[in-house]
Design a binder for this molecule. Structure first.
Ligand code: ZN
Length: 274
């Protein structure tokens, strides 16, 4: 099963930009349409995890995603990492985001991905807040170590059922590959841009479950670049990534979170009590 997802956010939604647009080119406004055209070309319906602030600033973009038959999930309200919240603040953030998105699409949003995979061992309680606010499917768990976030203690890289403090969620975690003794997030947008296509293809072929997570900015080769320690990771390959995505969509079939959830035999999946 190959699931294709995009986190729909802007550079300036990231914490280091402090929400300031400055002279950044919007990614969502322009690149999003190119992405939707590419998906249409390959007749693929993906899942877009949208920020509440994106729904408010670009309502036509979110309406367009829904109108073209894609699945919409929630990516929090303003891309604040969840460990910065207490339970009450997370509840408010989640409700604001869900309201902003649902008002545009008229459809209930039940899928969630935390910004920067910011649910880990120390804030498992966040899953409880999400479930209490109508989320039934979570895609926030990155079962390995990363620069930000991650949940290395989590024991599944495949769909599983999570229970915690009386709540239950269907979890579609990020799929990682063991390469040279390290867990590699080959299915993420950054690695997709950096790794040669033959290796991406090999790793996707070798796994029964692939959760692909990309960002709209992975496809914006015209974006202003900021010099930082993450320069290479942030920008490498973003001028050729759309073409590379075309190859991936030609070589593999993809589904979205909604359809994946319907087709998975949840009773035979691993059950994890957190
Ligand atoms: Zn994000």
């Amino acid at each position: 099963m190959n699931i294709l997802t995009f986190d729909t956010e802007e550079w300036f939604n990231y914490a280091q930009m402090d929400g300031k647009k400055g002279d950044f080119l919007p990614d969502v406004d322009r690149v999003q349409n190119e992405l939707l055209d590419k998906l249409d070309e390959h007749q693929i319906k993906a899942t877009f995890f949208v920020l509440g602030v994106v729904a408010r600033e670009y309502p036509y973009v979110v309406k367009n995603i829904a109108a073209r038959g894609h699945d919409i999930g929630c990516h929090s309200d303003v891309h604040k990492k969840l460990w910065e919240f207490d339970a009450e603040q997370l509840k408010k953030d989640t409700q604001e985001s869900l309201d902003s998105i649902e008002q545009l699409t008229g459809q209930k949003v039940t899928e969630y991905r935390a910004p920067a995979f910011s649910i880990g061992k120390k804030n498992v309680w966040a899953l409880e807040v999400l479930a209490e606010n109508g989320i039934t499917v979570d895609c926030s768990i990155f079962p390995g170590v990363r620069d930000f976030g991650g949940f290395p203690e989590f024991t599944s890289s495949e769909p599983c059922l999570i229970t915690h403090n009386g709540i239950a969620l269907k979890e579609l975690p990020i799929s990682l590959a063991a390469v040279c003794g390290r867990k590699l997030a080959y299915s993420g947008g950054g690695y997709f841009r950096i790794l040669p296509y033959w290796l991406v293809k090999k790793l996707v072929s070798e796994h029964d479950y692939n959760m692909i997570y990309m960002h709209v900015h992975d496809f914006n080769g015209k974006q202003k670049r900021i010099i930082s320690a993450r320069y290479f990771k942030n920008y490498y390959g973003n001028r050729t990534s759309m073409k590379k995505l075309g190859r991936l969509l030609t070589d593999f079939d993809f589904t979205n979170v909604r359809n994946a959830v319907e087709s998975i035999e949840w009773n035979s999946c691993k059950k994890i009590e957190l």
